[in-house]
Design a protein. Structure first.
Lengths: 188, 461
């Protein structure tokens, strides 16, 4: 949930859960599923792109994840957990696709067109793209998806301690990269 | 910059950073969803052999209750309320026990027996109190991270209804609450808003096709007489057509029909229909004494140009001697509408009551706040005109920073007193965290009344 604060700085209301219900009716199940997908489709695409680095593959992974999720809708036991559930399916699809196409690019392999790189570097996304793969997904889930350590841990199937330590290392790397981009202010 | 400030800065940037998707990405995903089958496959398929055996039970169950049981709304004890626990509708126990019928009719399928214990029907609500016994231990839906009460409510089945063989259109939100009597027995209650009208005397069939993840058929036909409770109600069906607008700049037009207004012992509602994707819900209700009435937030259905969507909105404070009810569109909007951004207001706790205006027209007053390591319980009442939304509470430390622990928010509206209770159950909060809670935050946002489009509804036919 995102709201704007007193000084125009967006305020993210964190970790508040509302009972969205658990509709068991046939008609309700499809409608509810589609409503939730509509809410998360861009987030799904962004996460897939952080892994696959390619629009076409990211869209394929998103589509495949939606089909797989719908097929396994019974495994979703609560819509309160929809986001980690769908993101986990998406991550599996993205890695599966990456393995098939051998397209997981590491930073040293990645080619960023020079002109585009210059114009984009101010964006956080561009900086995140410079992280190694092991930090990238965690960074997207934590900063872009505002997921808690516990949710990330469930989504990635990693112990909370591992998530915390990877996040701490990602944070340090981001600080270094962002000082280069945004100046020393963030380290003050 | 410490880690928390750095994280907040990055989250804030991430939330606002534009992210481009390929052209027509949304359209392709929409098309993919449109082509999904209407019946999502279920993991727990019932083998055909078992289904055929079960069919025998269906006939038996239906035969056993072929002669409908006559249910008259008289006073009687409802066993559901015996459990020593917090029950959302406890405040209404007296009125339910004044007008209900002892039923005691069962249907069995798939090793699951449903018994309707009590039925309480008036012009607005069908309230069913039931017991379900399963041959197998009952597995709750949801997972261990979810609130136990939510899991119980999700696990309880939803019943559908037919009046004299005619399907009764269900509301977008069915209220269900349940508890386990033992590992094999669930006691539940369902509160079903009737958006049309019901005859005082009717054949009412309750049915469902899924309980505890098993597909089956549970049908219970009853004969109901609600004439004793109907005299305590005020119901009009004006079919009043009106055009109203919503959005901060009035950009959304709605052709609505006020189908029904009803004030009855089990609750009050206004029923509105329209053929539009975005449902009109931005309004307030004012009674004939000039009092703004508290509206209870609930889910709504959306329709389209071809399909009419009918929605029920429950309100508090109605009287059966009311002469008129006024619906006034309230103008607010979304972030995209050019509406001034909401402001986060923080207040120190400990000096109840605390006024929490939601906008220029009114808001809530927090009368009491009690915080323990497990939960915070706050009670509110509404003052003035407020859009349909429950009070929000954000827990903050002395510096106005949020905490990392999870909060599960539940609301309950006391239909008798108008008191609103918000219960925030904490997960992973330590005693130290709770000791640091010094402030609460809430949002205010600009709102204005659109008196020009007010709809006056006469409450006599």
């Amino acid at each position: 949930m995102e709201r704007a604060g007193t000084e125009g700085v967006p305020i993210v209301v964190r970790n508040v859960h509302f009972n969205l219900g658990f509709d068991q009716s046939v008609k309700g199940r499809k409608e509810k599923f589609c409503t939730f997908i509509n809410d998360y489709k861009i987030n799904m695409f962004r996460l897939a792109k952080s892994i696959l680095r390619n629009d076409d593959d990211a869209e394929d992974a998103t589509g495949e994840a939606i089909l797989k999720a719908y097929k396994n809708l019974d495994s979703l036991r609560s819509y309160a957990s929809f986001k980690p559930w769908i993101m986990k399916i998406l991550i599996n699809e993205a890695y599966s696709l990456a393995n098939q196409r051998k397209k997981v690019l590491y930073i040293e392999d990645m080619e960023i067109p020079e002109e585009k790189a210059c114009s984009d570097l101010r964006e956080l996304w561009s900086v995140v793209s410079h992280l190694d793969e092991e930090f990238r997904t965690i960074t997207v889930l934590f900063y872009y998806e505002d997921m808690s350590i516990k949710e990330i841990s469930k989504t990635l199937g990693l112990p909370s301690g591992t998530v915390k330590s990877r996040l701490a290392r990602a944070r340090q790397k981001l600080k270094v990269l962002l000082i280069e981009e945004w100046g020393h202010g963030i380290n003050g | 910059m410490d880690d928390r400030r750095f994280d907040n800065l990055l989250k804030s940037k991430a939330m606002n950073e534009p992210f481009s998707v390929p052209p027509e990405f949304s359209e392709r995903i929409d098309s993919l969803m449109k082509n999904l089958s209407d019946n999502p496959p279920r993991l727990r398929k019932v083998p055909r052999k078992i289904f055929l055996i079960a069919a025998g039970f269906i006939v038996f169950a239906s035969t056993a209750v072929a002669s409908p049981v006559v249910s008259d709304m008289t006073s009687g004890v409802i066993s559901y309320f015996n459990a020593p626990r917090d029950f959302k509708y406890l405040s209404q126990q007296a009125i339910y026990e004044q007008y209900n019928s002892q039923v005691g009719v069962s249907a069995t399928d798939q090793g699951i027996t449903v018994t309707i214990d009590n039925l309480a029907v008036d012009d607005n609500y069908i309230n069913v109190f039931y017991t379900i016994k399963s041959e197998e231990p009952i597995q709750l839906l949801g997972d261990e991270n979810d609130l136990k009460q939510w899991r119980l409510n999700w696990t309880a089945p939803i019943f559908w209804f037919k009046e004299d063989g005619r399907y009764i259109e269900p509301p977008a939100q069915n209220e269900v609450e349940a508890y386990l009597e033992d590992a094999y027995t669930l006691k539940g209650m369902q509160r079903f808003a009737v958006m049309g009208t019901l005859e005082d005397r009717m054949n009412l069939e309750l049915y469902t096709d899924g309980i505890f993840g098993k597909e089956g058929q549970w049908h219970i036909p009853l004969s109901v007489d609600k004439s004793k409770v109907a005299v305590e109600s005020l119901t009009v069906t004006p079919k009043l057509k009106a055009q109203v607008t919503s959005g901060w700049n009035g950009e959304y037009k709605h052709d609505i029909t006020v189908e029904k207004v009803s004030i009855s012992p089990f609750g009050n509602q206004i029923v509105i229909s329209e053929r539009a994707k975005n449902t009109f819900y931005q309004f307030v209700l004012k009674d004939d004494r000039g009092e703004y009435l508290t509206m209870i937030p609930a889910a709504t259905y959306g329709g389209n140009f071809f399909t009419k969507a009918t929605n029920s909105f429950e309100f508090l404070g109605g009287r059966t001697d009311m002469k008129e009810l006024t619906l006034i569109p309230i103008v607010t909007g979304d972030d995209d509408d050019g509406l001034p951004a909401p402001k986060l207001v923080t207040v120190d706790i400990g000096n109840d009551p605390i006024p929490m205006p939601q906008g220029e027209l009114g808001g809530f007053v927090m009368d009491k706040l009690e915080i323990t390591t497990e939960k915070a319980v706050a009670t509110f009442h509404q003052v003035g005109a407020v859009p349909i939304a429950e009070p929000n509470l954000i827990f903050l430390d002395e510096k106005g920073e949020q905490f990392d622990f999870d909060v599960y928010q539940n609301s309950y509206y006391n239909r008798e007193t108008g008191e609103i209770t918000i219960t925030c159950t904490f997960q992973n909060a330590t005693e130290e965290d709770i000791s640091k809670v010094k402030k609460v935050g809430y949002f205010t946002r600009s709102t204005k009344l659109n008196e020009k489009e007010a709809i006056h509804i006469e409450l006599s036919e």
